[in-house]
Design a protein around this ligand. Structure first.
Ligand SMILES: NC(=O)c1ccc[n+]([C@@H]2O[C@H](COP(=O)([O-])OP(=O)(O)OC[C@H]3O[C@@H](n4cnc5c(N)ncnc54)[C@H](OP(=O)(O)O)[C@@H]3O)[C@@H](O)[C@H]2O)c1
Length: 240
C-alpha cells in the first residue's frame, strides 16, 4: 500500500479521489484550506490526514513540504488537483491581474509542488495533474486565463514526463463538466448547472465518483506504461 498527496482533497474530485485511495488501503495526505472540511474527511477515513495549506502562497507550500520532508515521508503519487476558475470575463477587457491569481494556483503552485515532491517520490511513482477539456479541446470565450492555465498544466506535465523518463510518470486528466461546487458557482448555482447539463451529450455531468477511478488508475502501477499523456474523460461531451 502507498502514500499519496492529494491537493484540493476537501471537496469535489479531490475528495472523491482521496476517499477512493483510502478505501483501497492507501494512506492519503489531503490538502486544502478549509479546516472544517479537512476534519470531515479525516472523520470519514482514519487513513486520511488533512494538511491545511493555501497553495496560492509559496511560503505555505514550502512549510508543508518541509514538514513532509522532516517526517521522512515517501510518496507513491501526487494528484495536483486544486485550482480556480478565476474571474470570468471577455478576453478583450480582462485585467492582466486575473492571470496572476489563476496562474499562481493553477500553474505555479503545481510546478512548486512537483519540484518539492520529486525528492520524496518513490521510484515508479506517479504524478497526475488535473487539467480540463478547457485548455485542451474546448476554449469558452469567458474563461481565457483558466483555459490558458490548463494548457500550461498539460505542457508542464509533458515536460516533466520527458525529463524524468519514467522514473516518475506524469499524466494529465482533462475532464468535461463534473458536478462539484466549483462548476455550480460558474453556472450561477447548482440548479442552473443541472439545467445546463441537460444539453450535455449524455444529459448530465459526471459525478466526482465517476471520474475518480481514472485518477486512481493513473496513480497506480496498473497504468505503468502510460506516461506524458493528456487523457480526456468527458462522457463524449467534446463530440458534440
Ligand atoms: N468541476 C468541473 O467541471 C471540472 C472540469 C474539469 C476540470 N476540473 C478541475 O478539477 C479540479 C478540482 O475541481 P472541483 O470541480 O473538484 O472543485 P471543488 O469541488 O471546488 O474543489 C476544489 C478544491 O480545491 C481546493 N482549493 C482551492 N483553492 C485552494 C488553495 N488556494 N489552496 C489549497 N486548496 C485550494 C479546495 O479546498 P479548500 O476550499 O479547502 O481550500 C477544494 O478542495 C480543478 O483543477 C478543476 O480545474 C473541474
Amino acid at each position: 500500500m502507498g502514500t499519496f498527496l492529494i491537493t484540493g482533497a476537501t471537496s469535489g474530485i479531490g475528495r472523491a479521489v482521496a476517499l477512493r485511495l483510502a478505501e483501497e488501503g492507501h494512506d492519503v495526505i489531503g490538502v486544502g484550506r478549509d479546516e472544517a472540511r479537512g476534519e470531515e474527511i479525516e472523520a470519514v477515513s482514519a487513513r486520511i490526514t488533512f494538511m491545511a495549506c493555501d497553495l496560492s502562497r509559496p511560503d505555505d507550500i514550502e512549510a508543508m513540504m518541509d514538514e513532509l520532508k522532516d517526517r521522512v515521508i515517501t510518496l507513491d503519487g501526487l494528484f495536483n488537483n486544486a485550482a480556480t476558475f478565476g474571474r470570468p470575463g471577455t478576453p478583450e477587457r480582462l485585467p492582466a491581474s486575473t492571470f496572476d491569481d489563476v496562474f499562481e494556483l493553477n500553474v505555479r503552485a503545481v510546478n512548486r509542488l512537483i519540484q518539492r515532491a520529486l525528492p520524496l517520490l518513490a521510484d515508479g511513482a506517479s504524478v497526475v495533474n488535473n487539467a480540463a477539456i478547457v485548455g485542451h479541446v474546448k476554449f469558452p470565450p469567458m474563461l481565457g486565463p483558466y483555459a490558458a492555465s490548463k494548457a500550461a498544466v498539460i505542457a508542464l506535465t509533458k515536460t516533466f514526463a520527458h525529463r524524468m523518463k519514467g522514473k516518475v510518470r506524469f499524466n494529465a486528466v482533462c475532464f468535461g463538466p463534473v458536478d462539484t461546487p466549483l462548476s455550480h458557482k460558474l453556472y450561477g448555482g447548482e440548479a442552473k448547472f443541472h439545467e445546463a447539463m441537460t444539453h450535455h451529450f449524455r444529459g448530465y455531468a459526471a459525478k466526482p465518483d465517476e471520474v475518480a477511478p481514472v485518477v486512481t488508475f493513473l496513480l497506480s502501477e496498473a497504468s505503468s506504461y502510460i506516461n506524458g499523456q493528456a487523457i480526456t474523460v468527458d462522457g463524449g461531451y467534446t463530440l458534440s
